[in-house]
Design a protein. Structure first.
Length: 89
């Protein structure tokens, strides 16, 4: 296997991992900004108030996006395993 093929596989792996994780990270970012704005407006500085909504948002996002995330991961795995003979040269 050539170094170009290895770098291509690793690049595809990182790209697939990014696209699978990006929606959850976006949900966490948006929730964190909204909770921070609410804390600023109401002057509530409780650690539980900032952590619990983010955890709920991550859980809800994970439950809603899980079928899509599994589909993307399986498509990547099928692509890698389907082209295994191509990479074995």
């Amino acid at each position: 296997m050539t170094p170009d093929a290895v770098s291509h596989i690793v690049g595809q792996m990182f790209l697939a991992a990014f696209w699978v994780c990006a929606p959850l990270l976006g949900i966490g970012l948006a929730t964190g900004i909204v909770v921070s704005l609410i804390q600023i407006v109401t002057s509530i500085q409780d650690a539980g108030f900032s952590a619990i909504p983010r955890l709920i948002a991550f859980l809800g996002g994970a439950l809603l996006l899980m079928p899509w995330m599994i589909h993307k991961t399986m498509a990547y795995t099928t692509d890698i395993l389907g082209n295994l003979g191509h990479y074995a040269h």
